[in-house]
Every structure is written in structure tokens, then in C-alpha cells.
Write a protein that binds this ligand. Structure first.
Ligand SMILES: *Cc1c(COP(=O)(O)O)cnc(C)c1O
Length: 244
């Protein structure tokens, strides 16, 4: 297992570098995030020892289960899953530095209340449903700016950018459209010059579409399968509201 994770990481880093070369970007502008859902702590440790420092989970339970085993290793943790309001208090116990999946005002308000109480702040990305599939989470693109304006008034939440999951399709053109749409929203928000809003981060691109995402401006790519292998659960288990 060690060999294959280390080997897979090399391949991913090479893919990132090639995509950056192709689009005349500096590879240092693109951060690799390891999507570690279903991956056990031992295998995550292998990746951290191999030099990776950013991981993210989709479920609070998994954050909790792996927290102790990983605590002594230097790394940063983001959260990329659908967050239920009743899990906020729990999640905030585990040193999450960025919630990438903020997609509704009700969640933002509850987070804000809890963060005020704990005297903390939290970096967030606004998750946008650029593929407009009903099964995916994220604010509808046409409502993204409204949500950003509302969240920007909650001073404990620091908006750093946007996140999206592209369409699952073999047609690169359609996938690329999703990433271009996210970039367009980023540019529109920048033009509004909102106080308390940064738009530096574009978290987009996964195992199958990271090259396209990098070409369209991704600053964070989120990779699971291509590093840790296939998961036993279908993605709908993590992404589809009805299965949660
Ligand atoms: C699982 C997951 C990823 C990684 O997907 P892979 O196809 O395994 O690389 C990226 N983003 C989110 C939100 C995920 O849930």
C-alpha cells in the first residue's frame, strides 16, 4: 500500500505540473488537497510522510475517528462535505481551518452563532452547484452572489473563495463549462469589491478532471481515488441529500 500511495502521489504531482506548464501557470499556485473519505488513518499518514499537508473529510464522524491518530503529524484539515447544522459544534472541536462547502444562509448563521460563542473565526469557501444537477449540493449559481453578500456580514466567517464539483462527464467541454462558470462568478464578486470577502481560492478539479480545472484557474484541486484507490461506497452516499 505504501508503495502505491507514494507512487500515485508522484503521478498526480506530475499531472499538476504538466497542466500548469500547458496553461503557463506556476505549479506553486495550485495546492493539492487529499480527499480522504473512507481512507484509514494509516494510509493518510503515508501520504503526509510523503510530503503532503492538506487533507479533507466529508463526514464529521470520519474527522472524529481519525483525529487522534493524525494529531501529531503536521498538516492542515479542511471540510468538503455536506454539513448538517446539528454537527457544527462537533466539527469545530477538530481544528478545521476551512469549510469549503458553505452553501446556505441558515448554515452560515448557525456557524456564526457558535463561532461567536467560542470566540473563533473560520475560513469558508462558498460551494456553488455549477453542474446544476439536483443530486449535488451547493448554492445555485444565480443565488451565489446574494449568499456571499449575506455571509460577508457575519464577521466570524471569512470568505476566501469558491468551491465546486464539476459535472461527471467524459465530455471535457461540458466539465470545462462548470469550471468557467465558477471563475466567472469569482470575477463578478471581485468586481463588487465587498468588504470582508476575499476571492483568491478556486477549489475545483478532482481525480478525473484536474487538468481541465487547472487550465481554468483552480488554486486547490481535491484528489482521492487517484491517490488512495477506489472507494467501496458510491459517491452518492456522500453527495446525495436523500442518502444522508
Ligand atoms: C471525494 C471527493 C473528491 C475527490 O474525488 P476523487 O474522484 O476521488 O478524486 C473531491 N471533492 C469532493 C467534495 C469529494 O467529496
Amino acid at each position: 500500500m505504501t508503495d502505491s500511495i507514494v507512487e500515485n502521489l508522484k503521478i498526480i504531482l506530475q499531472r499538476i505540473e504538466n497542466a500548469c506548464l500547458k496553461s503557463h501557470r506556476n505549479p506553486k499556485e495550485v495546492r493539492l488537497l487529499l480527499a480522504t473519505k473512507t481512507v484509514n488513518a494509516e494510509n493518510i499518514k503515508i501520504a503526509i510522510h510523503a510530503g503532503q499537508n492538506l487533507i479533507a473529510e466529508n463526514k464529521v464522524q470520519e474527522v472524529k475517528d481519525k483525529y487522534e491518530s493524525l494529531q501529531s503529524l503536521a498538516h492542515e484539515s479542511h471540510f468538503i462535505g455536506h454539513l448538517q447544522s446539528n454537527k457544527i459544534k462537533d466539527l469545530l472541536k477538530y481544528n478545521i481551518s476551512c469549510l469549503q462547502s458553505l452553501d446556505r444562509l441558515e448554515l452560515a448563521q448557525k456557524l456564526h452563532q457558535r463561532l461567536l460563542f467560542e470566540n473563533k473565526t473560520l475560513d469558508v469557501l462558498i460551494q456553488v452547484n455549477t453542474s446544476e444537477e439536483k443530486s449535488k449540493f451547493g448554492v445555485a449559481p444565480e443565488n451565489a452572489i446574494d449568499l456571499i453578500q449575506q455571509v460577508s456580514q457575519l464577521e466570524t466567517l471569512q470568505i476566501k473563495g469558491l468551491m465546486t464539483i464539476g459535472l461527471f462527464s467524459a465530455e471535457t467541454k461540458k466539465v470545462r463549462k462548470c469550471f468557467q462558470h465558477l471563475k466567472k462568478i469569482q470575477q463578478d464578486v471581485i468586481a463588487l469589491n465587498l468588504p470582508n470577502v476575499e476571492m483568491k481560492e478556486l477549489s475545483m478539479g478532482m481525480s478525473g478532471d484536474l487538468e481541465t480545472a487547472i487550465e481554468e484557474g483552480a488554486t486547490i484541486i481535491r484528489v482521492g481515488t487517484a491517490i488512495f484507490g477506489q472507494r467501496i461506497y458510491p459517491d452518492s452516499y456522500y453527495w446525495n441529500e436523500t442518502k444522508n
